[in-house]
Design a protein around this ligand. Sequence first.
Ligand code: GTR
Length: 403
Amino acid sequence: MLTNLKAQTLVEKEVPVYTLPSLTILNNGQEIKTAKVWENKRRDEIIALLKNEMYGTMPEKPKRMAFKVFDVDSNALNGKATRKQVRVIFDKKVDSVFMDILIYIPNKSRQPVPLILGLNFAGNQEALNDPKIKITESWVAKKSKGAINNKASEASRGYSTDVFPIERMIDEGYAAATIYAGDINPDYFNLTNAVQSLYLKLQNRKDNFSTIGAWAWGLSRAMDYFEKDNQIDEKRVVLTGLSRLGKAALWAGALDQRFAIVISTESGKGGDALFKREFGESVDRIIKVFPQWFCANFNKYANNVAQMQFDQHMVLALVAPRPLYIGTAQEDLNEDPKGEFLSLKAAEPIYKLYGFKGLPINEFPKVNSPVHNEKMGFHLREGKHGITAYDWDNYFVFIKSRL
Ligand code: GTR
């Protein structure tokens, strides 16, 4: 097993030379030249590789899901919005395994409304200071605000309104929806948890499960619900995520083409940053500290990134031709901001197959200088790991003309 927690450099000059696996060469060696061949062949090859080596395989859409709307209040946010809470039971016969979606819909906007979706870190109750939001009963990390014996408490209400600014979304005319990632699968290693306990028995390979894969799968189940809610425009759903939840958002957006736009904030290694550019968090560290995030096959790449036949530019390319935005922060070296930019640049060939241009710059941009084209966006803001009003300002600008 892993004993050596390899420290990678945080010094640009020390980054070793690396080569990225090609997006456009098929497994049989042929070069692809059209979006059609990308869609019909190469896309599937890349998905199979990423499932097998990194994110694991999740089951198809369950056949016996149930959606229970357990709360509706058209006078939320001082009358600006309608709050809904929906329990998604993944299998009607096992009602102990579910996730709750918290949704706010602007009352002024014409329906169906576009929606912004994001997982949250410690329960829906953190998203807004609204006493009607159900406090999660799922396991939460000890360090979560107000957690007592790994359970959330009243003290956490409204604790993270800046991370996912629901009221601002409503004011901008979007519906907002959030789900606690830990409802889908708690963020620690235990193969009998939540969704795992339901689905591992359906899979031949118990080692081919990952928590990030499960979270991504849960996001697609939320989309299954949006398709049934006629207040929401399921064709205009923006998928967002910060950090580890950005990793899940990217993987969900890569696989599930129903998501219209994908925005990743500082998702770093295992999200939008290149592993092969050995800067910041290493494979060794990520699998040692977070053994639940990726499937067992991924462990073989500890100290061994040269053997990877894949990297994160592939995940980004799977989002094409849909709009994709990456926001990151100058001091967040663990996530490798430059590696996030280079990964986006490396995904360009697939956008180009669809006839879109690459980003208008080739060099890593200066701080606080967002760059966009029709389909891609990137910014490096000043400051540390996290998400700020500056990030959201830029996301709203990007979304507005592309949704
Ligand atoms: C860090 C981890 C990153 C990132 C982050 C987070 O400790 O190294 O990969 O995902 O956590 O999710 O907050």
